[in-house]
Design a binder for this molecule. Structure first.
Ligand code: AMP
Ligand code: ZN
Length: 483
């Protein structure tokens, strides 16, 4: 596969330390609130990347942290602990908040067909390991103790790698407007490995350490969790583009200082989902969740479809109109697949192989999922039988994960049930927007009319009207829609 590596700023041939095996790490969520659909854009694209690598035949070991301690409201070690903020907002303990939002995150992932990584490690479960690595950095002279905290000394590195897309001004974290300078830092880019002192006194989670009772910095958790479960050589590290600096920069600094050799060969950064007024973010408090999309009647997979239609290295603007278009296109696609006849002959293996090769050529070019979606439409038009078309679609869906064949089977079953209901009701057909309760009311109204019970028929029409449903009588049935 050709993949853009944000560490080298080039599209490169994807390589691994051990042939055939990918050690992959993903920065997990900070569980102080629901994930918003922006966060989930990152996880959808990372999921597609993992599944694509598997499609090419790699064995993938994917590791993810859950940040339940240490992430302050500024990524640069200042501000309030995000978990504490969440706990205070909801009058709960930090661990209650962590458990609740971790479960909520995986519920969202399940609805979006995002696979759970092989290893999921909450930061609070690996404190001894963090202490071991911080001690190792102290022993090697890469860390110092000042004002009660342990800091990483960036001046000890040959090179503080910053992914190049930040200028000097951005890096001057300690002197940025609105951010208090930490006078304990020897260099402006130094960062905290272990806190015993901070601006707020009521830190709920604390552990004993050689430097006093305290808690780990945010960056150290990802390095340690990856080194423990991925080993010393990481092939692929993923995250949203806001993680690149300072989080990933600091991960590189401390991992390479600790290990004494290069650590991660490829970096994959997903660009942001933006709303009209800029980046969607949890801290702004106003954001969209998967549950909200569901409440508004959207299938979460329509959101996945929306994300796959654009490239991960471009910012994506969310609007209801754009989501509507994606939802309609997704429904139409499912409908076309449902119209294929599953058992109309043997699968033509040569045609299947030819289509798979084209899919790999297109999606394998820097994870071009939009072209992957185009391949679905090509498969529908393929010059072959339906069984082969379905086999091609099923194969592509191993990467795209849109549940295409399952949704098509559901639709077929629903249409069959409707046809049965229609013949049971003397050939009267109800066409609507897929709400069985409304279908039943419309049918009851037709039966009342047939029995000349016009009062009951009018009553049902009024009831439907108050529910925002408009009925139009057509030959052989009725059509309804929500207005
Ligand atoms: P957090 O829970 O804040 O630690 O973020 C979880 C993941 O979502 C990280 O990989 C972030 O880089 C990513 N992320 C945050 N905001 C957005 C956004 N608006 N669009 C896409 N990804 C985002
Ligand atoms: Zn991380």
């Amino acid at each position: 596969m050709q993949l853009y590596n944000s560490a080298t700023h080039k599209k490169e041939e994807f390589t691994t330390h051990t042939p055939g095996r990918v050690e992959m790490y993903t920065c997990g969520p900070t569980v102080y609130h629901f994930a918003h659909i922006g966060n989930l854009r990152s996880y959808i694209m990372e999921d597609a990347l993992e599944k694509y690598l598997r499609y090419e035949g790699y064995d993938v070991n994917r590791v993810m942290n859950i940040t339940d301690v240490g992430h302050l409201s500024s990524d640069a070690d200042t501000g309030e602990d995000k978990m504490l903020k969440g706990a205070r907002r909801e009058h709960k303990t930090v661990m209650e908040i962590a458990r609740f939002y971790t479960d909520a995150f995986f519920d969202d992932c399940r609805k979006l067909n995002i696979k759970t990584p092989e290893v999921v490690q909450p930061a609070t479960g690996l404190i001894d390991e963090f202490i071991k690595v911080v001690q190792g950095l102290m022993d090697k002279g890469y860390a110092y103790f000042a004002g009660g905290n342990v800091y990483f000394d960036t001046s000890k590195l040959d090179r503080y790698y910053v992914f190049n897309d930040h200028d000097e001004e951005d890096l001057a974290v300690g002197v940025r407007e609105g951010v208090e300078e930490d006078l304990n830092k020897r260099n402006k880019n130094d960062f905290v490995l272990w806190f015993t002192k901070s601006k707020f006194e009521d830190q709920a989670l604390k552990w004993d350490s050689p430097w006093g009772v305290g808690y780990p910095g945010w960056h150290i958790e990802c390095s340690c969790i990856s080194m423990k479960y991925n080993g010393e050589y990481l092939d692929l590290h993923c995250g949203g583009v806001d993680n690149a600096f300072p989080h990933h920069t600091n991960e590189i600094a401390q991992s390479e200082a600790y290990l004494g050799h290069p650590w991660c060969r490829q970096w994959f950064h997903v660009h942001h989902l933006n709303s009209d007024n800029g980046k969607m973010s949890k801290s702004k408090g106003e954001f969209l969740t998967v549950s909200l999309l569901e409440e508004k009647g959207y299938d979460p997979l329509a959101y996945r479809f929306f994300c796959l239609q654009s490239h991960y290295r471009k910012a994506l603007v969310f609007s209801w109109e754009n989501l509507d278009n994606a939802a309609k296109a997704y429904q139409k696609l499912v409908k076309r697949i449902a119209a294929l006849k599953p058992a109309d002959g043997p699968v033509d293996q040569a045609v299947l192989a030819e289509y798979k090769a084209t899919f790999i050529e297109r999606v394998g070019n820097d994870l071009n999922t939009a072209l992957g979606v185009t391949c679905l439409y090509d498969a529908l038009k393929a010059d072959t039988n339906d069984a082969t078309r379905l086999a091609i679609l099923d194969s592509f869906d191993r990467v795209l994960s849109l549940s295409l064949l399952d949704k098509a089977a559901e639709l077929r079953a629903k249409e069959a049930a409707q046809a049965r209901a229609s013949s049971a009701s003397g050939g009267f057909t109800v066409t609507g927007e897929g709400d069985p309760e409304i279908d039943a009311l419309v049918l009851r109204r037709a039966e009342a009319k047939k029995a000349k019970n016009f009062a009951e028929a009018d009553r049902i029409r009024d009831e439907l009207r108050t529910r925002g449903v408009e009925i139009t009588d057509v030959p052989g049935g009725a059509v309804w829609k929500k207005i």
